[in-house]
Design a protein around this ligand. Structure first.
Ligand code: BES
Ligand code: MN
Ligand code: ZN
Length: 509
């Protein structure tokens, strides 16, 4: 029998006093069963797993009779709970449908884990036993167990800082699996990614007064404990370096803008640059937002949170990759010092911009952030992540994020990673740059109607030089009102799993 009490990532986090509470549930991987109050078994389509067969026999076919009564047929998302099942010595049995085995991938297994976690959320029982052996021919047993644990834990996280009723106490999951060592080492890497997702969620869910650019910079500095090099530029330094667009957006807030850089140098490769939009609150500025959706604008730094979370995920697993995150931070506020519509600002790139609409601020902070990443790191590739446009939501909704790039290979790779982790991408045209002409400056920050997500992307392109680049518009993906998929309501940490998957599959030889 094989049980390890503290997993490496948890131990590392604890040693540095980093958000340990975020690691929600406890898992152990073992080839043998133990007594538990809840038992989980699987059926992929009509493929009844060996453990389900065994338990059914033990219950003298009570289980199969109950499944028949519930019309259970092993389809994906089907889940049946049997209380006090006969002959099992457990309080409940949960039978989970996986759908057709041949179609199952890692992202699906994460969602199955999330469903189990949701089902058990309000249950008092604390010991859960999950029988994973012989469940799938398509996904290896070790991967199935690890990805399931990942999905369970992602869904168990809840931002409960301001709730008087905290999340229920943690559950102990025993994952019964053929090769526990292998499953556990797979899970350790996923656990590092979870820690990155939880950081992004914490930052995104935090209220605007508690998460301004200075607070965000402080949170980034925590990663120094993991060997990440962190630099923060103040408004004065930003101005001095010529980053007039980033500076202008923060001008109306008391703390001003920050440029935050977090660098994990786990190899000597040419770096990858991840660039994040970090608007800690987007009031719209003088083009003030109207309507109730303004309350969601604390999440307008979710791009920055996603790239910082990804750096944490890489550092925690000591990934042999060279990744630098560059985050343009500002609060877009209305005050006597705010930038006014009609103002012209100068970017570090040397292009002047007429600010026709102060609510199109994300592209302004990104312009100088992209320039900084290029000038200071000469990256092999840059990917920016931003809650950039409402137009993106109107085009593809919130079940996809949008990708813009001239590089077909990069689009193919990122789209594949999106499928792996169920953070799906849809490509939109990188075109309509002519709609950004200004009579007074080199360009305006406002497209002339129509394809707003594309004109925003074309604005960014002007600051990418010859560097290989993709832009991810995650507007609508960063925050969820209701519990869905691998997240409960609040910040989703969208992008961390996608970027981590892409980095690990394309950069590790
Ligand atoms: N942060 C918003 C985009 C956004 C909208 C994100 C909804 C998440 C949910 C962005 O800064 C913005 O205000 N964009 C404007 C641009 C317009 C003024 C050109 C928009 O999309 O309306
Ligand atoms: Mn805006
Ligand atoms: Zn914004």
């Amino acid at each position: 029998m094989f049980i390890k009490k503290s997993l490496t990532v948890a131990a590392t986090l604890a040693a540095f006093g980093l958000s340990q509470s975020a690691l929600a549930e406890k898992f152990d991987f073992s080839s043998s069963a133990k007594k538990a109050d809840s038992v989980v078994v699987f059926q992929a389509g009509d493929e009844i797993s060996p453990d389900l067969k065994r338990l059914d026999k033990q219950s003298q076919s009570q289980i199969s009779a109950a499944l028949k009564a519930a019309d259970f047929s092993g389809k994906s998302k089907e889940i049946v709970e049997l209380l006090a099942p006969a002959g099992l010595n457990a309080q409940r049995l949960i039978v989970v449908g996986l759908g057709e085995d041949a179609k199952l991938n890692a992202g699906d297994v994460n969602l199955v884990g999330a469903n189990i976690s949701a089902k058990l959320k309000s249950v008092k029982a604390s010991d859960v036993q999950v029988f994973t052996q012989g469940v799938s021919d398509n996904v290896s047993n070790a991967s199935f167990a690890a990805q399931l644990a990942h999905g369970i834990n992602l869904r168990a996280y809840k931002f409960d800082k301001y709730l008087s009723k905290k999340r229920p106490s943690e559950k102990n999951y025993r994952m019964v699996v053929s090769q526990p060592n292998k499953a556990e080492s797979r899970y350790e890497k996923l656990e590092a990614i979870e820690a990155g997702v939880f950081l992004a969620r914490d930052l995104t869910s935090e209220v605007p007064t508690e998460m301004n650019p200075a607070h965000f910079a402080k949170a980034a500095k925590e990663l120094k404990k993991l060997g990440v090099d962190v630099k923060v530029l103040t408004p004065k330094q930003i101005k001095k370096m010529g980053m007039g667009a980033l500076h202008a957006v923060g001008r109306g807030s008391s703390e001003g803008s920050r440029l935050v850089v977090a660098h994990w140098k786990g190899s000597d490769d040419v770096p990858i640059a991840l660039v994040g939009k970090g608007i800690t609150f987007d009031s719209g500025g003088y083009n003030v937002k109207t309507g109730s959706s303004i309350a969601n604008m604390k999440s307008d730094m979710a791009g920055a949170a996603a790239v910082l979370g990804t750096v944490k995920a890489m550092a925690l697993q000591k990934a042999p990759v060279n990744v630098v995150a560059v985050m343009g931070m500002a609060a877009n506020m209305v005050s006597k010092t705010s930038v006014a519509p009609g103002d012209v600002v100068m970017t570090a790139e040397g292009k002047s911009v007429e600010i026709l609409n102060t609510d199109a601020e994300g592209r302004l902070v990104l312009a100088d952030s992209l320039w900084y990443a290029r000038k200071h790191y000469s990256p092999q590739v840059m990917i920016d992540v931003a809650t950039l446009t409402g137009s993106k939501i109107r085009a593809v909704g919130n079940r996809y994020s949008a990708i813009f790039s001239d590089d077909d290979t990069l689009v193919t790779q990122l789209t594949a990673s999106g499928k792996n982790v169920e953070e799906k991408l849809w490509r939109l045209p990188l075109a309509y740059g002519d709609m950004l002409k200004s009579p007074i400056a080199d360009m305006t920050n406002l497209g002339s109607g129509g394809p707003g997500a594309s004109t925003a992307a074309m604005f960014l392109k002007a600051f990418t030089g010859d560097t290989k680049w993709a832009h991810l518009d995650i507007a609508g993906n960063a925050l969820t009102k209701s519990d869905k998929g691998v997240a409960q309501s609040g910040g989703t940490g969208h992008g961390v799993r996608l970027l981590s998957d892409w980095i690990l599959t394309t950069q590790v030889k």
